[in-house]
Write a protein that binds this ligand. Structure first.
Ligand SMILES: NC(=O)c1ccc[n+]([C@@H]2O[C@H](COP(=O)([O-])OP(=O)(O)OC[C@H]3O[C@@H](n4cnc5c(N)ncnc54)[C@H](OP(=O)(O)O)[C@@H]3O)[C@@H](O)[C@H]2O)c1
Length: 179
């Protein structure tokens, strides 16, 4: 079975995943008991690939919702010795082109890979490696920040699968890549 590669990410209505200084306060709101399908999504994932900046943000939160997953951090500046002490041995740091990484993970048995981090997602999108995009839009305009999407050499065509609105105002859409 081919390895599936998914994105599950939240953006502001104007398409930012963080403030310019990395601030994520706009994402914190009372969602009640709703996790917007994150636990179910994570249960289907065996491998998480994130950019170095996303990894540093996650480490700063003190939370680690990836227990039991293969964890890969894309970085040309960090190595195994730079892992946060409590994550030593749990995280791999790799500097590779997305195509090379996707082939490596598939060859090593990955079935479902979760890609996180704006620049990292953009690199995978450019190589047409994303199979599924689950996008949660928050009802807020930030005006500036870290964009989810970036330049492309040609269009990426997506098929809309479903959209769900939540009482909190979050709207979640699922897209599949058109091959
Ligand atoms: N809203 C959300 O749901 C959400 C989700 C995730 C992240 N975020 C936020 O978004 C921000 C991070 O996103 P971002 O776009 O700035 O960066 P990012 O994708 O998390 O990280 C970018 C870094 O990843 C490394 N990298 C990526 N591809 C690589 C490759 N092929 N080979 C080697 N290294 C590679 C590079 O690190 P080096 O410089 O070390 O080479 C690059 O600087 C953070 O503020 C985070 O909190 C928000």
């Amino acid at each position: 079975m081919k390895t599936k590669i998914s994105v599950y990410i939240a953006t502001s209505l104007d398409g930012f995943i963080a403030r310019a200084d990395g601030g994520m306060d706009w994402l914190e709101h009372d969602a009640g008991d709703d996790d917007y399908g994150f636990a179910e999504f994570m249960a289907s994932v065996d491998t998480v690939v994130m950019g170095r900046l996303t990894y540093e943000f996650v480490v700063s939160t003190g939370l680690w919702p990836y227990e039991g997953k293969r964890m890969v951090v894309m970085s040309s500046t960090l190595g195994a010795d730079d892992a946060a002490p409590h994550l030593a041995g749990k995280v791999e740091f790799l500097a590779m082109e997305p195509l090379e990484l996707a082939a490596k993970l598939a060859g090593e048995g990955a079935k479902h890979v979760y890609i996180d981090g704006g620049l990292t997602i953009q690199r995978f999108l450019r190589e047409r490696l994303i199979d599924e995009l689950i996008l949660s839009r928050m009802p807020v305009l930030l005006g500036s920040g870290v964009p989810l999407f970036g330049e492309l050499d040609r269009d990426v065509l997506l098929r809309h699968v479903e959209t769900q609105g939540f009482a909190s105002g979050l709207v979640q859409s699922r897209y599949a890549a058109v091959r």
